[in-house]
Write a protein that binds this ligand. Structure first.
Ligand code: HEC
Ligand code: HEC
Length: 250
């Protein structure tokens, strides 16, 4: 299937697909942002993408009312996210969180926090600059309905220690059981995000960010209070266990 066939046929019309294909094969390649060796977003491509959208809007405005919208259709927008989070939201890069099966309200709130700078991330702040607030709910709904893939533990002994922390907390240092909020199987609720099956490097990073206060978008400092009472070894252990949880289907 060539690009025109892939994008066309979705009630967008031939002109649209041809035009979009032309943008995608613009010199410089795909508009999906890449990362250089340092993990930073490659800038020029996002500029190119914006340029492409401007052209698209300008050229197609007179052709059809559907093209008068300022935001790209969801399918096109999802391609941007898929580069890092995979098409079904089950990222395979351990630093990029899995989004599949997470609560839609949580996802939309994180996107808003990246946008406002309330949650800081060099990667996501760049990306979200290209996305309008109006797109957040549709993106969140899409990922919340995807089936999460299970993770796996590399270190069973560490995961066993993590299970105790997850289920019972750490009495000596007043760490509450994670299961008390995130549910026993880590599936989460509409108030507490799903953790089950998440990549351990991502979980470790978030816990360290809560601990240092670098991530401070948790209301009433709930997670900062939890993470501050844990040492790195305990964080690694609980993250290892979280990766093994399957959670029930959302
Ligand atoms: C270049 C890679 C990249 C792209 C493209 C990208 N993300 Fe991300 N995303 C990340 C990384 C890395 C994080 C972790 C940020 C942090 O350190 O807090 C993240 C975090 C998130 C989170 C927070 C998840 C959580 O569990 O709290 C959401 C939601 C999210 N991304 C949605 C999206 C959406 C929607 C798109 C497309 C518009 C997108 N991302 C595009 C790399 C990317
Ligand atoms: C009192 C309730 C509560 C307890 C107990 C709790 N959490 Fe949380 N946790 C939250 C809330 C609320 C958030 C969402 C913060 C936000 O909105 O950004 C969260 C977010 C997280 C995140 C970020 C998820 C993501 O996708 O970025 C991780 C990781 C996490 N918790 C791990 C844990 C671990 C591990 C424990 C046990 C040691 C634990 N939590 C105990 C309430 C709790």
């Amino acid at each position: 299937m060539n690009l025109v066939e892939k994008i066309g046929g979705k009630a967008r019309g031939e002109a649209f697909s041809l035009f979009f294909s032309a943008i995608r094969v613009w010199p410089g390649g795909s508009f999906r942002p890449g990362r250089d060796e340092g993990g930073r977003i490659v800038q020029q491509e996002s500029g190119l993408f914006r340029y492409g959208l401007l052209l698209l809007a300008g050229a197609l405005l007179p052709l059809s009312p559907v093209c008068a919208q300022e935001n790209p259709p969801l399918e096109e927008r999802l391609q941007l996210c898929a580069g890092c989070h995979n098409p079904d939201g089950n990222s395979t890069i351990p630093e990029n969180p899995k989004l599949a099966g997470m609560d839609a309200g949580y996802i939309a709130r994180q996107l808003a926090d990246f946008k406002s700078g309330k949650r800081k991330s060099p990667v996501m702040s760049e990306i979200i600059g290209m996305v309008s607030e109006k797109e957040f709910d549709a993106l969140a709904a899409y990922y919340s309905k995807k089936k999460p893939t299970p993770g796996a533990a590399a270190d069973a002994k560490l995961a066993a220690l993590g299970k105790t922390i997850f289920d019972e907390g750490i009495v000596g240092s007043a760490v509450p059981a994670c299961s008390g909020c995130h549910e026993e199987d880590g599936r989460g609720t509409d108030k507490y995000p799903r953790l089950a099956g998440q990549h351990s490097p991502y979980t470790i990073q978030q816990m360290m960010n809560f601990k240092s206060g670098e991530r401070d978008n948790d209301s009433r400092s709930v997670m900062r209070a939890v993470a501050k009472r844990m040492n790195e070894q305990e964080i690694r252990a609980v993250a290892e266990y979280i990766a093994t949880l399957t959670g029930s289907d959302p």
